[in-house]
Design a protein around this ligand. Sequence first.
Ligand SMILES: Nc1ncnc2c1ncn2[C@@H]1O[C@H](COP(=O)(O)OP(=O)(O)O)[C@@H](O)[C@H]1O
Ligand SMILES: [Mg+2]
Length: 444
Amino acid sequence: MRDALLVLAVLAALAAGLWAWRRCHYPSFWLALGFPLVALSVRASWRRVALGCNLTKKRQRFWFTTVPGLVASTGVVRVRRKWQRIAVDTKPFMWLPLPTRHGWRVTLHTLEGQTPGDYADAAERLAHSWGVHAIRVSSPRPGRVVLMATMRDPLVKVDELPPSPELLKVTVGRLETGKPWLIDFRTVPHWINAGATQSGKSNLANALIVGLARQPVALVGFDLKGGVEFTPYAPRLSALATCRAESVGLLDDLVALMIDRMGLCRQAGARNIWQLPPGVRPVPVVVLVDELAELYLMADKSEKDEIAKTSTALLRVAQLGRAFGIYLFCCGQRIGSDLGPGVTALRAQCSGRICHRVNDPETATMTLGDLDPAALVSARAIAAETPGVAIVAGQDGQWYRARSFYVTEQAAEHAARTHAHLTPAWDEITAHLPDYDPSHLLDA
Ligand SMILES: Nc1ncnc2c1ncn2[C@@H]1O[C@H](COP(=O)(O)OP(=O)(O)O)[C@@H](O)[C@H]1O
Ligand SMILES: [Mg+2]
C-alpha cells in the first residue's frame, strides 16, 4: 500500500514537472521530449496513414503468404507459408522527420504517377490522421514532397518583432512558419488588402503606418468614408483626400508627379528613381486607400466622369508607379469587377495580395486569384475569433497564413504624431511640377 502511494506520488511529481517544463520553456520541451515521441509515432503510423489517405500504390512484390495446405486426416487445415509474388500496397518512402519551431517536417519520395497536388489534396486528411493543426505541402524538386506539420495554430498569439530598418520594408506581423511577415514595397510595389468588416484590414494599415512613419517616405491617404479612419494620422500624412473632389485633385497630382519623375529619370538615363544619385532621388510615396469601393461608388450620374477619371488615374499609378517610387496599398471589402471595369485591371497590377476573413468564397477567389486551391480553402477557414489572420501572397508565388501584430488606432496615432517632423509637405513634393493638363493625360 505504502509502495503504491509512493509510486503514485512519484508519477504525479513527474507529470507536474513535465507540465511545468512544457509551460515554461516549450521549445526545449518540444526538442527533447515532444518531438522524438511524435517522430516515432509518425514513422510507425505511416503505412496506415498513407493507406487511409490513398497515397499508396499496388506493386508486385515477393512476399511471404500463407496458403491452405493439405487437409490432414484429423480434419485440420494445415497452412503453409509460401514465398510468392503478389500485389502489395507500397507507401511512399519517408525520410526521418525533422523538428521545426512549431512542429516537424519530413521529405517523401513520390510514387510513380503521383504529383505534389495529390499530397496537397490529402493534406487535410493527413492532418487529422496525425492530430496536428495543419499540414502544408511543398515540392523542392521533382519526385520529392515535403510535408510541414504545425502542431498547434501558431497565430493564436503573435508577439511583436523589432521594426525593420530598411527603407520601404515593414514587418507587420508573423507568418505561420514563425518568420516575420514583411511588406516590402521595393519587391512588391502594389498591394490589395481585402476582408470583411472586423477582419483586421485597418489593423494592418495601422501596422503599416507605424512602420513607415519612422522612414523617410511620404504617406498619402484616400479615405472616402469621410476621413474617419485616416484623419487622426494626418500629422504624418503629406496629403489626405476625404471626398470625391479632393481625391480627383490628389490623383491628378500623383499622375503629374509620376510623369515629372519619368522626365527626371529619362534625363539622367536611369530606369527608375533608385538608379538616380541619392542627392536628386525624389522621396518615395506610399498611397494608402482605405475603402477602395468608395472611390468607384456612384451616388448619381453627375459623378460618372469623375469616377472614370479616378479609375484611369489609379490604374496609371499602378502601371507606372513602381519605377518612380509611388506605391499603392488598397484596402476593401470586395475588390471585384462589380465596382467597374477599371478595378479588374487595377487588381491585375497589384501583385501583393492579402486576404483576411471574407464572407463569400468569390471574394477570396477574387483576391487571391488562381493561387493554389488550398490557399482559398485556408482563406475561407479563417475564424472570426482571430481577426488579423490573413492569407498572404507575394511575388514568389508562394502563399502563407499570417497574422498582423495588434496595433491600436492610438498606437498608430502616437507614431504619426511622434514622427510628424518627417512628413514631407505635399506642396514641396509637387512644387516644381509643370502645369500639366491632367485631363489631357488621362484621356490619352
Ligand atoms: N492582428 C490582430 N490581433 C488582435 N486583434 C486584432 C488584430 N487585428 C484586428 N484585431 C481586432 O479586430 C477588430 C477589427 O479590426 P479592424 O482592423 O478594425 O477590422 P476592419 O478594418 O477589417 O473592419 C479590432 O478592433 C481589433 O480589436
Ligand atoms: Mg476598417
